[in-house]
Ligand binder design. Structure first.
Ligand code: ATP
Ligand code: MG
Length: 785
């Protein structure tokens, strides 16, 4: 037997080596579901399944990357590279690029992020003269999203009186019209939003049987992690692709289904056995992640839910410490408690910052935590919230780049047509939008024909518009010869973006400049990894796609030592030795918005279950008696979830106001006023020792660095790929037409043609995995195989 299989218990081994047919693993948190998926892929490969024929869908790209790394250690890097692994969105965005023309889209289509969608919807509402209060763009966006995830197209909507009536009842009779306009505008802009990536994949697979057949044949083995949180659209894709070979393996835990608000359908996991014939069902019961106290407390929580599959979860791990519950007076105190506690734990147990996570229900809660951590000089990083790529200054640069690739991109154009200011006002823009809608053309095409059209725009403004077009066109010309980095750098200078920020001079302005620099560095890294590709446009387009689909977790370099702060939703699938679940108060967690029905409350309870089961050694539950919310100090009550845990697992620690005063630990309360600290110490009759400084394991220079603030680092996926082990520099080698080669990123391929000579030698290679590419051999990371 393969040696790595000995790292599995018997129950885990069974699904791992069940090679063919439909199967489901249903099991509680920490029982090794993700491990089974990972090992199963390695096992399939050892049984002769070609890595090109395996598709694994994960919840984050980071999870996919980690799995791939793990598999690489078992089967070798070159084989692991060919696996298709990633989120639904990133995998199907790639497929849509190949097939875009069938759907009338350019292959360089833009991916609109939520911000772009919001702006477009807001603009449509304004153009239609609708009441902003009734037609709130965020609500409209989530309606549209739910239509798309349920495959209700504009046409289907218009033929469904019930939907129309429901929207009319919600005092939004124009919903259908907004939906249609939104879809038309995205199409005209050559843009797909996140939901389109799934919807259009479904369209592709239903309308084109030959395409379906092609991908069914390619993806002979399909694996899905976190299956409990798939939506209808994802469900249909998985069904269609697995229909021919039926080698489908899904793993999940109904008790961890927490994305219903975003369209996830728990029935997908509950009904899986009805979808295929002869489904093998596997259960895992042993939890390897957490202590007995944590596992049993989590069990006692989820027991309170009526809708659930019966499951057993037990662990052979130690009892561990009881779950600590702490009450604070205010959210500020809560933050201080958490920071002190992390500090103490670090000192006592010689821990790293990355051993700790602070989990909360809403992003707004991070502020009090941040303040306290900063005071204690504890490095931390906030995940989620506004991602690096959504910051204004970054999005401005990216918008220019998006226009270079796809000038029809309306949202990009609207952002930068007058930024930096060039005297093109809103009225002009409105006229352009009306004209573009009227001619059914993109705004950019209208601009290119501005002289021929009668748009009631004066000649001065027309000149400015012409200049704008010339600028973008000049970038497009440059893009033919320059790489993405050179182009981006040129764009930031030529447009005056950098000058604009330099002028600013405020600390915010400086921070923005630094962010742009960080972006340019990221692009440079990316280009380094792509240098070999002759066609530079592809690299810019690919970069933009990575950016559009990067989630905040993906941006984690994984090497920095910091406390992780994130919402519970984002923490799914992760694990940390010490976990603080904060803000356990009624109306906050469970959320006030989720207490109307039993099913909503049960989803909140599952969320709490997810939070608690992230902890390996020690969990803390904290709440405050009052908290600033919406700018007001509001009294709060402890969450019902605390009471729901069996008392035997809890350790109610002394409330903060009664805690023995520890001058070193509580120093921040008094700022740096040492005399006040001493006075308090005397008053409390405390003699205190200077706390031992925690010793960090030395990890290069980073371990000694002063604590960092929130640093959004360059995403890991932008890092240049490591050099191929074998033959790197091939331009003077014996590469000939017909050679089969292996490329570090594109996989296997056949050399079709060689042209040029010396350091200019290029090879045209047809890759099994993704079309024909022309590579400059000087840079190409190729091996002849
Ligand atoms: P979740 O439901 O939270 O996603 P999961 O079921 O996917 O959890 P894993 O993340 O795969 O669980 O495993 C939880 C932890 O237990 C991991 O650290 C994993 O490495 C470890 N683990 C799983 N199985 C074993 C085993 N047989 N021996 C040792 N450690 C294991
Ligand atoms: Mg998992």
């Amino acid at each position: 037997m393969e040696t790595y299989l000995s790292q599995l218990n018997e129950a885990q081994l069974a699904p791992t080596i069940q090679k063919d047919g439909p199967m489901i693993v249903i099991a509680g948190a920490g029982s090794g579901k993700t491990r089974v998926l990972t090992f199963r892929i390695a096992y399939l490969m050892s049984q002769g399944v070609d890595s090109f024929n395996i598709l694994a869908l994960t919840f984050t790209n980071k999870a996919a990357r980690e799995m791939k790394e793990r598999i690489a250690t078992i089967v070798g890097t070159s084989e692991a590279k060919n696996l298709w692994m990633g989120t639904f969105h990133s995998v199907f965005a790639k497929i849509l690029r190949f097939e875009a023309d069938r759907l009338g889209y350019p292959s360089n289509f833009t991916i609109y992020d939520t911000q772009d969608s919001d702006r477009l919807i807001a603009s449509i509402i304004k153009e239609m003269n609708l009441d902003k209060e009734l037609y709130k763009y965020k609500q409209i966006r989530s309606r549209i999203s739910s239509y798309k995830n349920n495959l209700i197209t504009v046409k289907a909507y218009s033929q469904n009186p019930e939907l129309k009536e429901a929207d009319a009842m919600a005092r939004r009779p124009k919903m259908g019209e907004i939906y249609k306009n939104y879809v038309d505008r995205c199409f005209k802009a050559g843009a797909m939003d996140f939901d389109d990536l799934l919807l259009k994949t479904n369209e592709l697979l239903t309308r084109f049987p030959e395409v379906l057949a092609k991908y069914q044949d390619k993806f002979r083995y399909i694996l899905v992690d976190e299956y409990q949180d798939t939506n209808h659209s994802q469900y249909l894709i998985v069904r269609a692709l697995s229909d021919r070979f039926q080698n489908i393996c899904v793993v999940g835990d109904d008790a961890q289904s927490i994305y219903a608000f975003r369209g996830a359908n728990i029935n997908n996991i509950l009904n899986f056995q009805k979808d295929y014939d002869d489904v093998k069902l596997f259960r895992l019961e042993q939890n390897y992640r957490s202590t007995k106290n944590i596992v049993n407390a989590a069990n006692s929580i989820i027991d309170k839910n009526q809708t659930k599959l019966d499951k057993v979860v037990w662990t052979a791990n130690d009892d561990g410490a009881k779950i600590k519950v702490n009450r604070s007076l205010t959210d500020g105190d809560e933050g201080r408690f958490v920071a002190s506690s992390i500090f103490e734990n670090k000192m006592q147990n010689q821990l790293k910052n990355s051993d700790f996570a602070i989990l909360y229900r809403t992003n707004a809660q991070s502020r009090a935590m941040e303040d306290a951590l900063r005071k204690r000089d504890i490095p931390y990083r906030i995940y989620g919230g506004l991602s690096f790529y959504q910051r204004k200054e970054i999005k401005d640069v990216l918008s220019y780049l998006r226009l270079v690739i796809n000038p029809a991109d309306e949202e990009a154009l609207k952002r930068v047509i007058n930024y930096p200011a060039r005297g093109i006002g809103q009225t002009t823009l409105d006229r352009l939008i009306v004209a573009a809608n009227g001619y059914e053309r993109s705004i950019f095409e209208v601009l290119q024909n501005i002289d021929k059209l009668d748009l009631n725009i004066n000649s001065g403004t027309k000149n400015k518009l012409r200049d704008f077009v010339t600028t973008i066109e000049s970038f497009q010309v440059l893009n033919k010869t320059a790489n993405a980095f050179e182009l981006a750098e040129h764009v930031t200078k030529a447009t005056g973006l950098i000058r604009e920020l330099n002028k600013d001079g405020t600390p915010e302005g400086v921070a923005k400049m630094e962010n742009i620099e960080e972006l340019l560095n990221g692009i440079k890294d990316f280009v380094e990894g792509q240098k070999e590709i002759v066609d530079a446009t592809a690299s810019l387009a690919e970069f933009l796609e990575d950016v559009a689909l990067a989630t905040d977790l993906d941006a984690d370099k994984g090497d920095a030592d910091h406390v992780a702060l994130m919402t519970i939703h984002l923490a799914k699938g992760l694990e940390f030795p010490y976990v603080y679940i904060v803000g356990l108060e009624e109306d906050l967690f469970p959320s006030a918005m989720s207490m109307n029905t039993r099913s909503e409350l049960e989803e909140e309870r599952r969320l709490f279950y997810v939070a608690l089961t992230r902890a390996e050694k020690q969990a803390y539950l904290t709440y405050a008696l009052s908290r600033y919310r919406w700018g007001k100090l509001i009294d709060s009550e402890p969450s019902r979830f605390i009471e729901e845990i069996d008392e035997e697992f809890l350790d109610i620690i002394t409330p903060i106001e009664e805690r023995r005063f520890n001058p070193m630990l509580d120093a921040d309360i008094f700022g740096d006023d040492i005399s006040e600290i001493k006075r308090q110490a005397n008053a409390n009759k405390i003699r205190f020792k200077k706390p031992v400084q925690p010793t960090f394991k030395k990890k290069g220079a980073a371990a000694e660095k002063t604590p960092e603030k929130t640093i959004i680092s360059t995403p890991k996926n932008l890092k240049p790929v490591s050099k191929a082990g074998g033959n790197v520099n091939l331009f003077d080698s014996k590469l000939t037409v017909g050679n089969i080669v292996e490329h570090l990123r594109f996989g296997k391929g056949e050399v079709l043609q060689i042209e040029g000579a010396g350091s200019d030698t290029k090879a045209e290679i047809k890759f099994v995995n993704g079309g024909v590419k022309k590579l400059l051999l000087r840079f190409a990371k190729l091996e002849i195989i």
